[in-house]
Design a protein. Structure first.
Length: 614
């Protein structure tokens, strides 16, 4: 099928068309959104319609158009069919010669509950506009109105978009709500939660906030709001205020999944419905809130040059996601500590767990964090059996190089400067004017705050794959990282196994490990060790009966072929890593530590937490 090329007037043209959407859901249990797109004042012979293939904040081509069905286009009264055709996976064209008004109708199947997709059931409707609406090439900056037709009188709409000015039809058509977006980017950045969800309103620093909660669980909204307020204040301190008039938190309570997606004036959060009573689970939820909220500055307003203007038609490549996501991950541990949601020990324990994950990922020595950022479109969200051996998450390593940069700046300037100053400077130079930054500009900003050349640091730890020297950077703060083994040493085999559907499945085989050298593969079914049946739960206990250098015989199924492989065990490796104080720390080290973790913005309003030194 041939694609027709057409030229489009600039959307700044006063003759730009009027674009309006109507979203109905007459039978929510069908999972079908019914979309009407009305275009008035059209002047070109061909109408191009494209659906985004991804949504900002989630760096994977998700092919949203795969859920579109029942496409048609009409004009006039009575309605007359127009010729429309699909010219690529996400691109439709309609012949519009001599036509000024077009109505496009289609349906979107929505039964995937995630922060990136659409979900329509008998209990609620949630959608991300990138996964629901077309854009018209050349008219991305044209205003758009969205009317929601409610299927039930007890349903309501929560979105960061504002109601259309002069909204009078609410009195005549209470089942309809019309919202306004000044352009397509704003529309894409505005999720919708529709239903009988709980809605809470609160004020922080003179700005209006909403918390929409869908689902049942053991959370206490009043407590959550109190801690969200603390997070808002702590993050606003870094940047000197809040850059919005209203912000919306959308929280979905699910069976088990957890995640979030940031927007300029909102965020969508998923969390297990019963994950709020246990202290550690509640703290992880507040870290999720801190992460997504910080994104309203870092990545939504101060973003890499490659993301300054979104191309919704294909991948948008940048090497700087280690900063946009990884530095945000560092702060999602720091902010709850500053806000008093947890103490210093909890912070250091959480940081130790992150370092443990990092140190137990062999791919950290194969893929640099800048390469990880660039390759997110094909790697991070598409893991396979070898991912742990060949790649590293830019979230995880970005978080840890941000830790090192924070400690470097603090140690060099006696805690009078920190990564906070980098964030503020990036905000002032790039975030407030919304000018994309290059990797060179990011590095230059960090160097200007540190007042030193960071070429060596970037070459080795951002663009290179050298081991991160944690103790070198922790030592000035009286801390050290130590590897901790089990009470009884476990000889090193190099596999992760899991019970799945009655099978003991080998899920991961570490590169260069005794198991890999012997020929064990991911996907093999573990049966026995030295003729004795073995399960994933028993594996560690079984190995404790052996020593480094011992040869064991592993029996397994490899693609239905029974095999017994001799494996020579290696010396045990740390089970986890832990940050703790160095022996006999100096006063200078204690002062540095106090300046990093015990003196923070909130000491003006509440007592400083008891030091981890006592």
């Amino acid at each position: 099928m041939t694609e027709t090329t057409t030229s489009h007037p600039s959307s700044s043209n006063r003759n730009a068309p009027i674009i309006s959407y109507q979203v109905a859901m007459a039978q929510p249990s069908s999972h079908l959104f019914e979309i009407n797109l009305r275009i008035q004042g059209w002047q070109a012979p061909v109408l191009d319609l494209k659906m985004p293939v991804w949504t900002p904040g989630s760096y994977l081509v998700r092919e949203y158009s795969k859920h579109l069905q029942n496409f048609s286009a009409t004009t006039g009264a009575p309605r007359r069919a127009l010729v429309g055709r699909k010219v690529s996976k996400n691109h439709w064209q309609v012949e519009t010669s001599g036509v000024t008004e077009i109505v496009v109708q289609y349906r979107i199947f929505a039964n995937e509950l995630s922060v990136r997709t659409n979900h329509l059931t008998s209990t609620h409707a949630y959608f991300n506009p990138a996964a629901l609406f077309f854009y018209i090439p050349g008219y991305e900056r044209t205003p758009i109105s969205v009317t929601i037709v409610l299927p039930r009188s007890d349903w309501h709409v929560t979105t960061p978009l504002i109601l259309k000015a002069g909204e009078a039809e609410e009195l005549v058509f209470p089942e309809q709500k019309t919202f306004f977006a000044p352009d397509f980017d704003t529309l894409v950045d505005s999720p919708f939660e529709i239903g009988s969800h709980q809605l809470y309103e609160f004020e922080v620093l003179g700005k209006h906030h909403q918390l929409a909660i869908w689902g049942k669980g053991n959370l206490k909204p009043e407590l959550i709001i109190q801690d969200i307020e603390k997070i808002i204040r702590a993050e606003a301190e870094i940047f000197g205020g809040l850059p919005y008039d209203r912000y919306v938190f959308i929280l979905h309570l699910t069976s088990s999944s957890s995640g979030g997606l940031e927007h300029k004036n909102a965020c969508s959060l998923h969390y297990p419905r019963f994950g709020f009573r246990a202290k550690d689970k509640y703290q992880r939820f507040m870290q999720l809130v801190a992460h997504e909220f910080l994104h309203l500055w870092n990545v939504k307003r101060m973003r890499p040059k490659a993301l300054e203007v979104f191309d919704y038609d294909q991948e948008n490549y940048t090497t700087s996601l280690w900063f946009s996501e990884g530095t945000t991950s560092y702060y999602d541990l720091v902010i709850p500590k500053r806000a008093g949601i947890y103490d210093t020990k909890t912070f250091l324990d959480a940081l130790s767990k992150e370092i443990t994950r990092f140190q137990k990922t062999p791919g950290r020595l194969v893929q640099s964090v800048s390469e990880s950022s660039f390759d997110t479109w094909i790697k991070l969200y598409r893991p396979d059996a070898n991912s742990g051996n060949s790649q590293i998450s830019y979230y995880l390593k970005g978080e840890l190089v941000s830790l090192l940069l924070d400690l470097l700046i603090r140690a060099r300037h006696g805690n009078k400067r920190s990564l906070d100053d980098v964030m503020l400077k990036m905000w002032q130079q790039f975030g407030q004017p919304e000018i994309g930054f290059t990797p060179e500009q990011l590095r230059s900003t960090i160097e200007s705050v540190a007042e030193m050349d960071l070429s060596d640091f970037f070459n080795r730890y951002i663009d290179g794959t050298e081991e991160l020297p944690f103790n070198e950077y922790l030592e000035p703060f009286g801390l050290r990282l130590v590897g901790v083994e089990d009470d009884e040493p476990v000889p090193y085999l190099g596999v992760n196994a899991k019970t799945e559907n009655g099978r003991e499945s080998i899920k991961f085989v570490e590169s260069g490990s005794p198991a890999q050298v012997a020929g064990v593969d991911s996907g093999d079914e573990l049966l026995a060790i030295d003729g004795i049946r073995a399960t994933s739960e028993q594996l560690s206990e079984i190995l404790k009966n052996y020593h480094a250098g011992d040869i064991i015989n592993i029996t397994l199924f490899h693609q239905d072929e029974l095999r017994t492989l001799p494996v020579t065990l290696a010396a045990s490796v740390p089970n986890h890593y832990q940050i703790g104080p160095v022996p006999n720390s100096t006063n200078a080290q204690k002062q540095n530590f106090t300046g990093w973790l015990e003196k923070y913005y909130y000491e003006r309003s509440r007592p400083v937490l008891q030091s981890a030194w006592t």
